[in-house]
Design a protein around this ligand. Structure first.
Ligand code: ADP
Length: 262
């Protein structure tokens, strides 16, 4: 039996299937989210990569911002629950999860049993989310997967004073026109995001261990800046963008087993 978790985010769609031994047997991540062709493209890639057929899947849990967009799901579960479940499985000592996605940033406190104790989410503003970094990556003409590498070359941090994405974009353009090196501007951008995220995380207090998840956790510049702001070490799971989908797959297995026992 195989169990599928699908996390339909604002900017990426992630699918993970596990077997009865909780081993990952299929994975796909497509950098297209809800409201686009992201879901069908991700589902197609998933079946091609995994060699599975849709009839092999016993139970499916959909999560994420666009979770209503997958009619084949047996049930929809909140992202908070799925992230908590995924991280608790991978890193049982984690008590605080910081998830930075394309549109949402969340800080989730979990107990030693993996239950959710409290959580905080960003307001509607793009600052402090992946969206802010997506805009800046285009302005700097540095690919998302190169942001960490370029940040590592900074000699000083050129601070960004505007939090609003539109004003911050103009500020970045002015800095580049004035000849500020790209790595220094980028370090300032990462610092601005990290300050927003740290403010949100500290609202409920942080308990170690602290994990950083979401697509943005692949950016070493953000890890550096956030560790500085929070004055702590962050633990990054091996494939941080898929932890919500992984948690959804675990919940799918559990729900299937409950259903068959009843
Ligand atoms: P959502 O669930 O909201 O779609 P994700 O957790 O999938 O969000 O994260 C999407 C964000 O991850 C994007 O907005 C982008 O900024 C960032 N991202 C995606 N791929 C990379 C990468 N290779 N390196 C750094 N950041 C990335």
């Amino acid at each position: 039996m195989y169990y599928l978790g699908i996390d339909i985010g604002s900017s990426a769609t992630k699918l993970i299937a596990i077997d009865d031994n909780e081993k990952i047997i299929g994975r796909s991540v497509i950098q297209l989210g809800t409201g686009t062709s992201g879901v069908p493209a991700a589902v197609k890639a998933f079946y091609e990569n995994s060699g599975l057929k849709s009839s092999d899947i016993a139970y499916t849990v959909a999560t994420g911002y666009g979770r209503q967009n997958f009619a084949q799901a047996d049930v929809e579960v909140s992202e908070i629950s799925c992230h908590a479940r995924g991280i608790h499985h991978l890193l049982p000592d984690v008590r605080t999860i910081i998830d930075i996605g394309g549109q949402d940033t969340k800080a989730i406190q979990i107990s030693s049993r993996g239950t959710i104790q409290q959580f905080t989410m960003n307001d509607k503003c793009a600052a402090g989310t992946g969206r802010f970094l997506d805009v800046m990556s285009k302005v700097l003409d540095v690919g998302l997967d190169k942001l960490g590498e370029v940040d590592a070359q900074h000699t000083e941090i050129s601070p960004i004073s505007n939090t609003c994405t539109v004003f911050a974009e103009s500020e970045v353009i002015s800095k580049l026109s004035a000849g500020t090196p790209i790595p220094n501007v980028l370090a300032g951008i990462h610092q601005a995001v990290a300050r927003r995220v740290a403010g949100l995380t500290l609202r409920n207090g942080i308990k170690p261990d602290i994990a950083l998840t979401g697509g943005v956790a692949q950016n070493k510049g953000i890890i550096r800046a956030l560790e500085q702001e929070l004055n702590c070490t962050l633990i990054i799971p091996p494939d941080p963008q898929i932890t919500g989908a992984l948690g959804a797959a675990f919940i799918a297995r559990e729900k299937y087993l409950q259903q068959t026992i009843l």
